[in-house]
Design a protein around this ligand. Structure first.
Ligand SMILES: C[S@@+](CC[C@H](N)C(=O)[O-])C[C@H]1O[C@@H](n2cnc3c(N)ncnc32)[C@H](O)[C@@H]1O
Length: 549
């Protein structure tokens, strides 16, 4: 077959058609107007912008994957139902691990199997239970098969960004392995440039989701793929167990604002975010966070100056990749700063070092001295401490937990503000630990009843906000567990409030009882006194009388 005339370049710049009917069907509450449109810029290509002002939490897009498959590095999973499998049962034809005969006979697998079965030496076939990059091949193959199974969708797929020429030039080993595999070992009939392009499309555009059994999958979503990146996002993506994606605004956006999400974890330092964005997506990020040397006053990626120990070594954002002290102007190269940061990271990376609250606090102090309280290592260390403290239920542990959750929430509200799942979950945790502390403090007489009520009300406010955020989780998603936890916490707080009210009522009754008893006693005393004085006066008068007598 000659594929020469359909060079991928021909469709490189085609716009993916945005299907309005499909949008309305997926978003029944929508007024029929798309809340986004595609715009194009010389530097960042196509991107989605809001067509009107949108409040935080607004669902902008709901989209099923065009194709879905295993992540590039995966433990063995069945190629049909994507359930985790051992390597004991294999498809008798292609030898890939599957869960059963039913799955290996599935018509969807048959077409893949015909290609994969050419690998007689099992070069690309997973051999044991360990995670393997061989699963990278599967989604690429599914894309390649689309050409004949669904030419319309194939065209849509080819319109996505791939950076294929650059990837071909860079010849990264995993990329080359996949291209060679489908050109030499299991030929699919596509020319090499198309193979470069298809792998490029998968790497540039795939988005991960999770099945109900906890397996990570990656999918291609033609509309959502048009969202550009920012390290300070305005939308968040959530998936259900069928791989369907939902895009919500996390903050209020205005008409014509870009809708952007973060391709990399926002908790990574500047140099790591830039490196990954460059290596995988081929661009330099200049979002408001990256364009500000202080990363919005957090100095998130800067160490304290090793020379004057006063200023922060902030990135200069220039091509030389230098970091300069804000106080004494001392400068070092990014590589040196990376090494210093990695050394700092090594201090906390060993979870076993956190044996109790005191050791955790010491560790935080160490980071504070060499890094600082808003440094990325602090955030990562807080996560490790929160995990390591596990079920420790001492008051000290609760107090530390509360402080850490408060700081984590503060930092994330700068880095990725608004209705993010991270904020929802952190608020839930903060509310839970604050409630425990409030009750304990009250029980040991450290706080008053009024303070207890105030704190419980504060926890309820945190839960209300957490609920608003967690309600955005799609119904068929594993993350619904957070909503269940929120419900449990809410009931617990209601019980506490009832108990406090009961307590209040009991106290009132006791107090009234006491008051009554007191009054009775006073009355009794008065009566006795009166009787006594009466009898005294009687005897006195008797005496008088006697005298008289
Ligand atoms: C998933 S695609 C997004 C849609 C893409 N802009 C397009 O035209 O198809 C990812 C690619 O978009 C570009 N991109 C995304 N965010 C960017 C940003 N903040 N600055 C520059 N380029 C960006 C990069 O080329 C990246 O590899």
């Amino acid at each position: 077959m000659n594929f020469a005339e359909e060079s991928p370049m021909d469709v490189e710049n085609d716009l993916v058609s945005i299907d309005r009917e499909e949008y309305i069907e997926n978003n029944p509450v929508s007024d029929g107007e798309l809340p986004y449109k595609v715009v194009r810029s010389d530097y960042s290509g196509r991107s989605l912008v809001a067509t009107k002002g949108l409040l935080a939490g607004y669902q902008v897009i709901q989209e099923l994957p065009l194709l879905i498959g295993p992540t590039a590095l995966s433990v063995p999973i069945c190629l049909s139902c994507h359930a985790p499998v051992s390597t004991l049962y294999r498809c008798p034809v292609c030898q890939w691990p599957m869960c059963s005969e039913t799955c290996s006979d599935d018509p969807l697998h048959i077409s893949e199997c015909q290609i994969l079965s050419h690998d007689k030496k099992m070069i690309g076939v997973p051999t044991n239970e360990d995670p393997t990059p061989r699963y990278d091949l599967i989604l690429i193959l599914r894309c390649l098969l689309l050409k004949h199974s669904d030419p319309k969708q194939w065209k849509k797929l080819l319109s996505l960004n791939s950076h294929w020429k650059q990837r071909k030039k860079d010849a990264e080993p995993h990329h080359m392995a996949a291209v060679q595999y489908f050109s030499k070992v299991c030929p699919t009939g596509h020319d090499e440039d198309t193979l470069h392009k298809i792998r490029g499309i998968v790497i540039t555009n795939c988005i991960n989701s999770r099945t109900s059994s906890g397996v990570s999958l990656r999918g291609i979503y033609p509309t959502i793929s048009l969202l550009n990146h920012s390290c300070r996002p305005s939308v968040a993506l959530r998936s259900d167990e069928h791989g369907q994606l939902f895009v919500h605004t996390t903050v209020e956006v205005e008409e014509d604002d870009q809708l952007v999400f973060s391709y990399v974890p926002p908790g990574e330092p500047y140099w790591k975010r830039q490196r990954d964005l460059h290596d995988v997506y081929y661009f330099k990020c200049s979002c408001e966070r990256c364009a500000d040397r202080t990363e919005i006053n957090t100095h998130f990626s800067s160490l304290k100056c090793p020379k004057c120990k006063k200023g922060f070594m902030d990135p200069m954002l220039n091509k030389k990749k230098t970091y300069r002290c804000s106080s004494c102007n001392y400068s070092i190269h990014q590589v040196k700063l990376m090494h210093l940061s990695i050394a700092l990271q090594a201090l906390y990376n060993n979870e076993d070092k956190i044996v109790d609250v005191a050791s955790a606090i010491n560790l935080l102090k160490e980071i504070h001295v060499r890094g600082h309280g808003k440094h990325y290592t602090w955030l990562a260390c807080a996560a490790i401490i929160l995990k390591a403290l596990g079920k420790t239920i001492t008051m000290d542990a609760h107090r530390l937990r509360k402080q850490l959750w408060m700081r984590v929430i503060d930092m994330h509200s700068i880095l990725e503000p608004g209705m993010t799942r991270r904020r929802g979950v952190s608020l839930l945790q903060l509310s839970s630990v604050s409630a425990v502390l409030a009750i304990q403090d009250y029980n040991i007489g450290r706080t008053s009843k009024v303070r207890l009520l105030e704190e419980v009300q504060q926890c309820q406010q945190q839960l209300i906000e957490a609920r608003q955020i967690l309600m955005l989780e799609p119904p068929a998603s594993t993350e619904q567990r957070w909503l269940r936890m929120e419900e449990k916490e809410r009931r617990r707080l209601e019980e506490i409030m009832e108990q406090v009210e009961d307590l209040q009522a009991t106290r009132l009754i006791v107090e009234q009882d006491e008051k009554q008893k007191q009054e009775d006693r006073v009355k009794e005393l008065e009566d006795v006194t009166k009787q006594e004085s009466d009898s005294e006066s009687e005897s006195e008068s008797e005496e008088e009388r006697g005298k008289d007598d």
